[in-house]
Design a protein around this ligand. Structure first.
Ligand SMILES: Nc1nc2c(c(=O)[nH]1)N[C@H]1C(S)=C(S)[C@@H](COP(=O)(O)O)O[C@H]1N2
Ligand SMILES: [Mo]
Length: 195
């Protein structure tokens, strides 16, 4: 298994970012309830790509996948260490669609209407995963099952639960919380919580 729990070194920080406390629980945080995701949904990729994709979930799961050990940092102040997520890396998905040269930014879309944005550079990292399995079990619906994004180098609101697709953008845009006062950049080791 790939262990990326040392990525704090890249950000000149301790494993536990400043102002965080470690918890062994895994709290649930959502802007509303848990949406029901239709069984026959397809993962959509559109915008500044060579080939727009519509992948039935079964096909999505057949892309090359891997398991990683990661830490999870919530902007409200808790961190959960050693989460084992299995999924498809962002670069694998991006490679499949072919990212155009003019793409600079990414918007993630979700089945509950949530959106969140990152720069393309912040997405093209091996630890940005589209995941359907946590600690060897199917990802619980409350935590974003059937499929969510995890972003261990950023606060967890950058990881869309119930992700339905990815839009590649030629200009930066802000997602749901980024429009409502949470930091656009969300680096936990800089305590970029609010904007
Ligand atoms: N689709 C969707 N994704 C979401 C959210 C949401 O409300 N809807 N909340 C975000 C926030 S603010 C956090 S802290 C994490 C929480 O993930 P968890 O419930 O698995 O702990 O999911 C993020 N992803
Ligand atoms: Mo959050």
């Amino acid at each position: 298994m790939k262990d990326v729990t040392d990525l704090h070194a890249e950000f000149d920080g301790e494993r536990l970012p400043p102002g965080q406390r470690e918890t062994s629980r895994f709290p649930v945080l959502s802007k509303g309830g848990t949406p029901s995701v239709p069984n026959d949904w397809s993962f959509e990729v559109w915008g500044a790509v060579d080939e727009e994709l519509s992948l039935p979930f079964e096909e999505f799961k057949a892309l090359p996948s891997e398991t990683q050990r990661q830490d999870f940092h919530c902007v409200t102040g808790w961190s959960r260490f050693d989460c084992e997520f299995r999924g498809v890396t962002f670069p694998t998905l991006a490679d499949r669609a072919g990212v155009r040269d003019d793409a600079v930014h990414v918007m993630f879309h979700a089945h509950d209407g949530y959106t969140t944005n990152l720069t393309l550079e912040d997405c093209m990292r091996e630890e940005v995963l589209f995941t359907w399995e946590l600690d060897g079990e199917p990802l619980p619906a409350d935590h974003g099952g059937p499929l969510r994004v995890v972003t261990p180098h950023r606060y967890a609101y950058k990881g869309a639960k119930w992700v339905s697709g990815v839009e590649f953008l030629t200009e930066p845009e802000r997602g749901y919380w980024e429009k409502r006062g949470y930091s656009n950049t969300a680096n936990p080791w800089n305590e970029e919580r609010y904007s």
